[in-house]
Each structure stands twice: as C-alpha cells, then as structure tokens.
Design a protein around this ligand. Structure first.
Ligand SMILES: Cc1cc2nc3c(=O)[nH]c(=O)nc-3n(C[C@H](O)[C@H](O)[C@H](O)COP(=O)(O)OP(=O)(O)OC[C@H]3O[C@@H](n4cnc5c(N)ncnc54)[C@H](O)[C@@H]3O)c2cc1C
Length: 447
C-alpha cells in the first residue's frame, strides 16, 4: 500500500482551478511537507487576453480573498473590477424589469462581507500570478502543452507537445473543458460536447453610447431569441462587457470563429457575419441602450459553450481532475466558484489525509463533491435550456417563469452565497489497522 505523502506535485493548466489549487496546496501542505514542490504547466506562452469578463459570486470572492488574490485585485484600482450588487433582469420585448439576482442582503451588505464582482479575465489572471510570484514552492512554466501521459507505480509522467516530459508523485489536471489529462489518460473517450449554445461577446466604451443605461451595475436582458448580458467591468464604469447567449448550430461555428493566422479578409468577413447574427436576433430590443450596443460597430467574438457530462471518471491512482476538466457545466455565475471550491477542498483533504494512500484521498474528495456537482450540473442545464430559440407564446412563458423562479429560489440562493470551503467539515481518515491494534492493546492493558 502506497502511503508516501506527495512532495513533487504537478498541476496542468494555469487557469482559475490550477492557480487556486497551487496556492491552496502550498498553504495547507507547507507545514507538513518541508520539501514541497508544486509546478504548474500551462500551454500558452503568455497569459491569454481572450475570454472577456467574468462575474465572481460572493462565494468566489470569499475564496479568492482567502488565497490573497482579492487584495491584489483591489490594489489594481478601477481595473480590479466593478462591484455587482445585483444582476437586474429585464424583458427585451417590453423593456420592463423582471426581477433581480441580489448579491446583497436587505441592508445592502454582501453575504459574509462579499458581493459580486465583474472583472476582465486577464486582470484576474494577473492578480493570481502576482500572488504565485511571492508563494514559495510554486512555479509556473509557460509554453508546455500536455499531449499525453502515463501512470507508473511511483509517479505519473506527462508528455508535452515540444517532446519533453515531466513527472510528479501527484498530478492534478486543471486544464479546462477540453482537458488533455482527461481525454488522453484519465477518462479516454470522454470528450467535451457542444451544448448548442454560444456566447457572442464584446467590450464597449460607455462614452460611445448616447442612450441612458437602464441598469446600476449589471443586467441580463432576456428574449425568446436568447439573452444579452450588459455589465460594467471596471469600477469607474468606463467599459461595458456585453455578451449575447444564443443558440448556434455546430456547423455554423467554424464559419464564425476568429482564429490566429486567418488573413485580414477572412477576419473582416467573420466580424461582419457576427454583427449581422446579433442584429438579426436582438436588433429590435425595446431597451434603447441594448439596441444601441447591438447595432454598434463593436467587434463581437464567438465562444462556443462545451460541457463535460457528470458521471465520468475523475481520477486514476496518482492523477486527479479538478475544475472544468472534471465537470464543465454550462456556465452560470457560480461556475468559477465550483473550480475554486474544488481546489480548496482537495487541498484540505490532502493535508488531512497526508499519511494515507492517495486512493483514500481521492475517495474522500469524491464522496464530498460528486453529489454537489451533479446537482449543479442539472440546474445549470435547466437554466441554459431557456436560452434556446422559442416561439412567441413560449417566450412569454419564459419571462413569467423567470420572474417566478427568481423569487421562489431567493432564500436558497442567498444561503448558497454563504458557503465557505475552508470551513466545510471534512471526512476523517479511518484509523489504520496498526492503530486499531495499538488501541486495543492499550485498552486490554488498562483493564
Ligand atoms: C463564455 C464563458 C463565460 C463564462 N462566464 C462565467 C462567469 O461569468 N462566471 C463564472 O463563475 N464562470 C463563468 N464561466 C465558467 C468559468 O470560466 C469556468 O468554470 C472556469 O474558468 C473554470 O476554470 P478552470 O481553471 O477549470 O478552467 P480554465 O479556466 O479553462 O483553465 C484551464 C487552463 O488550462 C490550460 N490548458 C488547457 N489545455 C492544456 C494542456 N493540454 N496543457 C497545458 N495547459 C492546458 C488553459 O490554457 C487554461 O489556462 C464562463 C465560461 C465560458 C465558456
């Protein structure tokens, strides 16, 4: 039985899950593992600037605060993101408000001190890397794309596209929805599947709009053709992040994606086609500022949304998947929070089970996480179905149902905002046979 505590830990992917996991492992294991070494391998040569903005829930902010990342974001000034007290919902048909998802309580305070925040992904990545730089025993190596791997008795070996290899006594796949760690060796035959829905995203200068804005910090505007999110993404409100969530055929994807290496004419054709797509769907919106954004000359980018069905394998003997690599669900505001929860819970379990075999660590983690993830996946699928193209009557029903759903689930949602992965009760390792016999020996002696 292998009871070696891992000291050479390899993480694949420097996204939210990967960096959070490195920081959290360093925090939890450093007191117990003096020679701890954590290496993160990232396929990009430098940080990726794509991806637009992300909304962080109170849970995500709480966990980023515990990892020291929130302080870094706050130090960045206005660029560190816009506070989101609530996502206000509106009907694009009538312009009327439908309800709101509140990140504050009735007194205007955040849950456990945290509200929501909308921040550009690149800014969040910079804040996370700044914390990594001052964390001893964590190193990030860029330009290392994993293409395969194999487990041996005492280690997992990863193969990179450049022909080199690396090994760790524990490997954590945090390489996102199309994870090579998952598809190449942990769960071969479990590729991500396209949900049929995509984001079309753009960043728009607030000063370029002449119509008044109908929201305070963040809005979700719904119609029977999908939804349009419009939200400030910096504290001064200079920039608006706009994202349309729409049904988009798989065949249409390749014709609408901007890729590196495309010539100017192709890029121009794709940009025009995306503007046309978005105008066709939302050009008649009853809300003036949304109509203006939709009809603007903004450059929209297409992001197809993929999912990894729950129920797949998450681990082998020395390798485990966390974050989207294990369970990418159609994104809701909570998706990044699930990746952060994974990282913190796994690190805490590894520290508590540090004298146990990895198989027990993995079992304990799965027993804590599976049900939560399965439920979250189901709920996000249900919510995403509402963004499919609908008929007139169904569209009206959707508006009504949305208002009803938001109201009836308010207290459940607010209770969830209080979740703290650093306080969640963990299972306790079963006493080893040696300890059981020692205990009975001592008991017999005292009788
Ligand atoms: C369009 C869109 C909008 C979203 N909006 C929100 C939102 O508003 N709020 C929210 O909470 N969530 C949102 N999400 C979901 C959220 O982005 C993910 O849940 C979160 O990023 C998952 O983090 P991760 O670290 O698991 O994966 P990722 O963030 O995808 O990171 C994976 C990392 O691994 C690297 N990598 C990939 N393959 C390899 C390889 N072979 N070798 C080495 N490195 C590799 C990647 O370059 C990347 O750095 C959204 C998702 C999408 C698609």
């Amino acid at each position: 039985m292998d009871t070696t505590r891992p000291s050479n830990i390899v993480i694949v992917g420097a996204g939210i899950a990967g960096i959070a996991c490195a920081l959290s492992l360093s925090k939890e294991l450093t007191p117990f593992v003096p020679d701890l070494k954590i290496t993160v391998y990232e396929r990009h040569d430098i940080l990726s600037t794509s991806g637009g903005a992300i909304n962080l829930t109170p849970v995500a902010q709480r966990h980023l605060a515990q990892l020291g990342v929130l302080d870094e974001l706050n130090r960045m000034g206005p660029e560190g993101g816009a506070d989101v007290d609530a996502i206000e919902l509106f009907s694009m048909r009538s312009g009327r408000p439908i309800g709101s998802i509140n990140f504050t309580d009735h007194n205007g305070n955040g849950f456990g001190g945290y509200k929501g925040r909308r921040v550009m992904r690149i800014i969040l990545s910079v804040a996370m890397l700044t914390v990594v730089e001052r964390t001893k025993n964590v190193e990030i190596v860029f330009g290392k794309k994993v293409v395969g791997g194999e487990e041996f008795d005492d280690r997992t070996v990863l193969r990179f596209q450049d022909g080199t290899e690396a090994s760790g006594d524990l490997v954590i796949g945090c390489d996102g929805v199309h994870s090579a760690v998952r598809t190449q060796f942990v769960d071969v035959g479990q590729p991500a599947e396209y949900t049929g829905l995509s984001f079309m995203q753009a960043t728009i200068d607030t000063s370029s709009l002449s119509s008044p804005l109908h929201f305070k910090s963040s809005s979700l505007n719904i119609s029977r053709h999908g939804s349009v999110l419009a939200s400030y993404c910096d504290r001064d409100g200079d920039q608006i992040f706009a994202a349309a969530i729409v049904q988009f055929s798989q065949e249409g994807l390749s014709r609408h994606r901007l890729e590196p290496g495309q010539d100017w004419a192709t890029q121009h054709r794709i940009r025009c086609a995306l503007r046309e797509e978005i105008r066709d769907r939302f050009g008649k919106c009853a809300i003036p500022c949304i109509r203006e954004m939709i009809n603007s000359k903004a450059d929209w980018m297409l992001y197809p949304v993929y999912q990894v069905r729950p129920g797949g394998r998450w681990c082998l003997n020395r390798t485990i998947l966390l974050g989207d690599a294990a369970h990418a669900m159609p994104p809701r505001d909570e998706s990044a929070a699930y990746a952060l929860d994974d990282a913190i819970l796994f690190s805490r379990i590894l520290a508590r089970y540090r004298s146990e075999p990895l198989a027990e660590v993995f079992d304990a983690y799965e027993s804590l996480r599976r049900d939560t993830i399965n439920r979250a996946f189901k709920e996000s699928r249900r919510m995403w179905e509402r963004n499919r193209e609908m008929g007139l009557f169904e569209g009206r029903l959707k508006e009504w149902m949305m208002a009803f759903h938001i109201k009836t689930h308010e207290s459940e949602r607010e209770a969830a905002w209080e979740f703290d992965a650093t306080k969640m009760a963990l299972p306790t390792p079963a006493p080893s046979e040696d300890l059981v016999s020692l205990n009975s020996f001592l008991r017999d002696r005292t009788l």
